[in-house]
Ligand binder design. Structure first.
Ligand code: SF4
Length: 338
């Protein structure tokens, strides 16, 4: 699976403001828990975020001076390790054993947190193979106000890890490319065991299912969505296949089939799609003014910060920290930053 929190867009929600207002009403009536709002300032206004409820409120009638905009990206992903025990053909993670140092990652998280980042997504490789993975999630949840998520193939989470992660992770993304034989031919793991694993994962936090969309999986989206919904998933993230040295990028015919499927979907899952392929889909993006490195950045397992995990090059994060590297990257990309 593409282990990244690469920018995604919600599909099929034409009115984002209406969605926000409805969520806020529910929050007031359903939850006795005091809100823990984190505040972010940007070109779209003041953004309030509650990581436990996953609740976003955008005060877009407020104009924030550019000198007060939060300096860090809204969302970051960190590839903790390139190690993985699977060998999917569509995988673009480098086949190396690069792994980030624990103290380095926690230092970056603190810097992101204090400069306005709202969430971190851990990936790889397979992040559950990271030697101190549970401890890292606990640290992120306790020592920062970041929302913590990770993307996983799901087969390495046992009861002990699940117990350790519960309360320290706010969302989990589980890879499921097709069902049954299709899944097993891609992942070389039992589909029945994956479905069992979803029960373990559901006991940790809210979760969603990621599906790499290609010629083989596009015809199984109904079944994928059904299994995901029956297992308690909240979201289905559609990831049109990218080219690797073993597979070609998704074709136009498959994209048309995907579009037809999205148009006809009337199930309960929230649909999201990788931002790079969102054109032509009925997406909503209330933070449209906050794009590029203001919205998202990725750090790979060698410690290089990039605009996305698909980019081959970026800027190595040095002793000056992530913001310094981000500024250099923005300069390379000719992004304006106040
Ligand atoms: S499970 Fe492993 S091999 Fe498959 S896509 Fe994810 S990182 Fe790559």
């Amino acid at each position: 699976m593409t282990h990244t929190e690469k920018g995604t867009q919600t599909v099929g929600s034409p009115d984002a403001r209406g969605g926000t207002a409805a969520a806020l009403t529910r929050a007031r009536t359903d939850s006795p828990r005091p809100r823990e709002w984190k505040t972010r300032f940007g070109p779209s206004g003041i953004h309030l975020f509650d990581r436990t409820a996953g609740l976003n409120v955008l005060l877009d009638e407020v104009t924030v001076e550019s000198t007060r905009w939060s300096r860090a990206p809204r969302q970051v992903s960190v590839a903790l390790t390139n190690r993985c025990d699977l060998a999917c053909a569509h995988c673009y993670a480098p086949k190396s054993r690069d792994t980030l140092h624990f103290d380095t990652v926690t230092g970056w998280l603190n810097e992101f947190d204090t400069n306005g980042t709202l969430g971190v997504g851990f990936g790889g490789g397979e992040p559950t193979l990271y030697p101190r993975f549970t401890e890292l999630c606990q640290h992120a949840a306790c020592e920062t106000r970041l929302s913590v998520s990770f993307t996983t193939h799901g087969h390495g989470i046992d009861r002990k890890m699940a117990d350790g992660l519960r309360g320290s992770v706010h969302f989990i993304r589980v890879s499921m490319d097709g069902v049954k034989d299709t899944y097993e031919s891609i992942r070389r793991r039992s589909f029945a065991i994956l479905v069992e694993q979803l029960k373990v994962i559901q006991g940790i936090s809210q979760f969603g299912v990621n599906v790499v969309v290609n010629k083989r999986t596009v015809g199984e989206l109904d079944e994928v969505a059904e299994v995901a919904a029956d297992s308690g998933a909240a979201e289905l993230l559609l990831l049109p296949q990218e080219q690797t040295h073993r597979v070609s990028a998704v074709g136009a015919a498959t994209m048309r089939e995907l579009q037809r499927w999205v148009d006809g979907y009337d199930g309960s899952l929230k649909l999201c799609i990788n931002e790079a392929h969102a054109a032509g889909f009925p997406t909503c993006d209330p933070l449209v003014a906050e794009h590029g490195l203001r919205a998202y950045a990725h750090i790979d397992a060698t410690g290089t910060i990039k605009p996305t995990s698909y980019h081959a090059t970026g800027v190595a994060v040095g002793e000056g920290g992530v913001l310094e590297a981000l500024e250099l990257l923005a300069r390379d990309m000719r992004e304006d930053r106040p």
